[in-house]
Write a protein that binds this ligand. Structure first.
Ligand SMILES: Nc1ncnc2c1ncn2[C@@H]1O[C@H](COP(=O)(O)OP(=O)(O)OP(=O)(O)O)[C@@H](O)[C@H]1O
Length: 249
């Protein structure tokens, strides 16, 4: 079943008598419960594509269709590279925020917040404010907050891009663990080929600006995945080389 359909999307930005074609002829689908990762050169329109899918900006041409299965759920939730959390709210309140917006009863909110704080290892930090947390912990809060609203589709824009390699690897593995519980259909942008393969069921490779779909590659690696085992596999090595070549040419 197709959960997200991106059809012939084009985006032109007009600014000071100049026009920038950010995206062109973008068509692809994301299946229900699928995790798709998106890689592409800097400035090729990755963030723009995610913002269009989130409905934050309109496409100049084309259409986005998201299959809504539960009218109670938000269509999308987004996690950004930085500043995805409200600094004036505690960790608990940040995760609860979207659930309050959805007007969920207090008891249910509490259950959900506690569940997501637990799976992200944040229970002991429930009363802390973001400024008291490391970058990695802040991103955990952002991930917990997005998962907690259980959206139809999760959009992640380089959520681990600003983290050091070690923290990033820990968060990638945690993300997969949480994701495997509910399998929320997800689109995840990254600059890292390694991250794209480790997380994705499919990797969408975009060309340099204007961004077009260069390839969509299946990742045939079983889940649950282990980073070391994945990196050692032939599938990983073959895919890495393919994506590397696609991005270079
Ligand atoms: N609001 C805007 N007004 C004008 N141009 C814009 C706007 N937003 C993005 N652009 C341009 O569109 C192109 C694509 O930008 P976008 O941020 O989507 O790329 P990206 O692939 O996410 O980049 P990066 O990997 O560096 O984060 C860039 O040339 C950018 O300058």
């Amino acid at each position: 079943m197709e959960k997200v359909q991106v059809e012939n999307v084009k985006k032109i930005f007009f600014s000071r008598n100049k026009q920038v074609i950010a995206l062109k002829d973008i068509s692809f689908t994301v299946g229900k419960n699928e995790f798709i990762t998106i890689v592409g050169p800097s400035g090729c329109g990755k963030t723009t594509l995610l913002r269009i899918i989130a409905g934050l900006i309109p496409p100049t041409m084309g259409e986005i269709k998201i299959l809504r299965e539960d009218p109670e759920k938000p269509l999308t939730a987004m996690v950004f590279q930085e500043q995805s959390v409200f600094p004036w709210l505690t960790v608990y309140e940040n995760v609860e925020y979207g659930l309050k917006l959805r007007k969920l009863p207090k008891k249910l909110r509490q259950e959900k917040v506690e569940y997501y704080l637990k799976v992200t290892g944040l229970l002991d930090f429930a009363r802390a404010y973001p400024k008291e947390l490391s970058g990695g912990m802040k991103q955990r809060v952002a991930v917990a907050r997005a998962f907690a609203v259980e959206p139809e589709v999760l959009l992640l824009d380089e959520p681990f891009g600003a983290l050091d390699e070690q923290t990033r690897q820990v968060l990638q593995q945690e993300l997969l663990k949480i994701w495997e519980e509910k399998k929320i259909t997800s689109l995840f942008i990254t600059h890292s080929i390694d991250e794209a393969i480790f997380l994705g069921d499919k990797v969408l490779v975009l060309s340099a600006r204007p961004g077009t779909v260069k390839a969509i590659l299946e990742v045939n690696l079983p889940r649950p995945r282990d980073l070391i085992a994945v990196r050692k596999s032939d599938e990983y090595k073959v895919l890495f080389e393919k994506i590397f070549t696609l991005l270079r040419n």
